[in-house]
Ligand binder design. Structure first.
Ligand SMILES: Nc1nc2c(c(=O)[nH]1)N[C@H]1C(S)=C(S)[C@@H](COP(=O)(O)O)O[C@H]1N2
Ligand SMILES: [Mo]
Length: 199
């Protein structure tokens, strides 16, 4: 018998290596929202970083669009087990927003228009690992996927990628967000299958 499975030859094999444990690939782009889609107009949109001392750094839509724009193509992994390869985004690296931010905090609590929250280490937002994304596949990000702009943190499970992102609040103590406080894993690394508290 052939010891190589035909399904794992060539491109199939490459894609299999990009699939974290317990995930299946999909060509769809499912919508997962814990509540209704908030209406967020770019005219009134603002993104704010608040430090642990209460200092705020805010950007209007036009100010955000005047920052250096990046294209990025990433695989995304939802804790409900779908993964989507090669999603194409355009947006602004969090590194650009953090350029003039002075902080001693290690933790970030991200909040959205509509009230969703999620927490992650500040380090995971930096060094080219996260974006405020406003364009998907060449088109303005649709409201159900978080438009006009969402956080994109593709190396963590997709619940960390807050849609309709509004604020990053820096904190000295870690504060669990919406899903983290009801049993989802605090960090959420798909490669270590950190789905739930205790994984
Ligand atoms: N504001 C907000 N952001 C959110 C969510 C949400 O309910 N509200 N759901 C999260 C979850 S669980 C996932 S899997 C992804 C889904 O993004 P999508 O609907 O674009 O696929 O958004 C994340 N960001
Ligand atoms: Mo999710």
């Amino acid at each position: 018998m052939n010891s190589f499975s035909p399904g794992f030859r060539g491109r199939g094999r490459q894609l299999a290596q990009r699939l974290p444990p317990g995930q299946y690939p999909t060509e769809q782009f499912p919508v997962l929202s814990a509540g209704p889609t908030p209406k967020v107009a770019t005219e009134t949109w603002a993104f704010t970083i608040t430090t642990e001392l209460g200092a705020t750094h805010s950007w209007t839509w036009d100010q955000m669009m005047a920052l250096p724009q990046q294209e990025t193509v990433k695989d995304i992994h939802c804790v409900t087990r779908w993964s989507k390869f090669d999603t194409a985004w355009r947006g602004v690296s969090l590194d650009a927003f953090f350029e003039d931010v002075e902080t001693a905090a290690d933790h970030a609590l991200v909040t959205s228009y509509g009230g969703y929250t999620t927490n992650l280490p500040l380090a995971d937002l930096l060094d080219g690992r996260s974006w405020i994304a406003h364009t998907y596949d060449g088109y303005p990000l649709s409201p159900e996927h978080g438009g006009p702009a969402r956080l994109l943190v593709p190396h963590l499970y997709f619940w960390k990628s807050a849609k309709w992102v509004r604020e990053v609040r820096l904190t000295l103590e870690d504060e669990p967000g919406f899903w983290e406080s009801v049993g989802y894993h605090n960090y959420g690394d798909p490669w270590r299958e950190q789905r739930n508290w205790g994984d």
